[in-house]
Design a binder for this molecule. Structure first.
Ligand SMILES: NC(=O)c1ccc[n+]([C@@H]2O[C@H](COP(=O)([O-])OP(=O)(O)OC[C@H]3O[C@@H](n4cnc5c(N)ncnc54)[C@H](O)[C@@H]3O)[C@@H](O)[C@H]2O)c1
Length: 271
């Protein structure tokens, strides 16, 4: 198990949910933190909270809309000035809308893709070259079980998360092919985590919600162990992947029977 002490960790979407909890966990490991969010009040509160608990680490916060390539470029330049290098990049910030495809505007579809996929890609593009030069570093892409299995009322979200899973897998294999074996990619595919992002989602059969702190702990552990995937909960995600081997009509029927078709019907999300 490698130590995270004095490593520089960049987390997007650190203001809330698992991003915030990962920040607290990395601080407890004595990592230095570059914390990014669009919500400046949440960043300020987190900085104060960590400041009270963890001494001796460097911590800076950066307000940035990760869907804006120009803003990401300015923010990464500031982070590299402040920290000189990033050892661990956690691409975590995300949004969900929860509308049918016919009700989604193109602007809404773009917004989901821009935050959940392009925002993550912009950071990877800016940070990866330093990692390949040193042949060392970890990149974590927080995708979703929606990156493995499409659900009604999540067409934009699934598209962004399928893109994230495919990007992570291709990049992981490409780094190996070109000898950058010291740079590790972790793709995180959780089912619903109880953070409030998916408020109103009705749990499917045999698929309990994941506790936010458990998700944060598993991701930090995966960085220490250089794991390529984090599936949460593992049995539910493996079950979903097994279903994909079935004929499509049977696959659709089984998902309907397990509550998958109506799971998003009462979705309210964050107000
Ligand atoms: N909560 C779940 O059920 C669940 C399940 C699977 C995957 N995920 C994924 O996990 C990640 C974190 O989810 P969470 O539940 O902690 O969500 P959350 O809503 O609690 O936190 C997301 C954070 O991202 C920030 N953010 C949103 N748009 C941004 C932007 N344009 N620029 C910068 N910051 C922005 C928000 O301000 C917020 O602080 C997301 O990528 C999400 O898709 C969540």
């Amino acid at each position: 198990m490698k130590s995270l002490k004095n490593k520089n960790v960049l987390i997007t979407g650190a203001g809330s949910g698992i991003g915030r909890l990962m920040a607290l966990r990395f601080a407890a490991e004595s990592s230095n933190l570059a914390l990014i969010d669009i919500n400046t009040a949440a960043l300020k509160a987190l900085k104060e909270e960590i400041g009270k608990k963890a001494g001796g680490i460097s911590l800076n916060t950066y307000a940035c809309d990760i869907s804006d390539a120009g803003a990401v470029s300015k923010t990464t330049a500031a982070i590299l000035r402040d920290f000189s290098q990033v050892d661990v990049l956690i691409n975590n910030a995300g949004v969900v809308i929860g509308k049918s495809f016919l009700d989604l505007s193109l602007e809404e579809f773009h917004r989901t893709m821009n935050v959940n996929f392009w925002g993550h890609l912009y950071f990877t593009k800016a940070i990866l070259p330093g990692m390949t030069e040193r042949n060392s570093g970890n990149i974590v892409n927080v995708a979703s079980s929606s990156g493995l299995l499409g659900m009604p009322l999540l067409s934009d979200y699934a598209a962004s998360k399928f893109a994230e899973v495919g990007f992570s897998e291709a990049l992981r294999r490409e780094l190996k092919k070109f000898g950058n074996t010291g740079v590790k990619i972790t793709c995180v595919c959780p089912y619903i985590i109880d953070t409030g992002m998916f408020s109103g989602f009705k749990p499917m059969l045999l698929s309990p919600f994941v506790k936010p702190d458990h998700a944060a702990a598993r991701i930090v552990h995966a960085v220490k162990k250089d794991r390529p995937y984090v599936m949460l909960p593992a049995h539910s995600i493996r079950g979903m992947m097994f279903l994909k081997l079935l004929p499509t009509a049977l696959f659709d029927w089984m998902l309907k029977m397990s509550g998958g078709d109506g799971a998003m019907d009462g979705f309210t999300g964050r107000s």
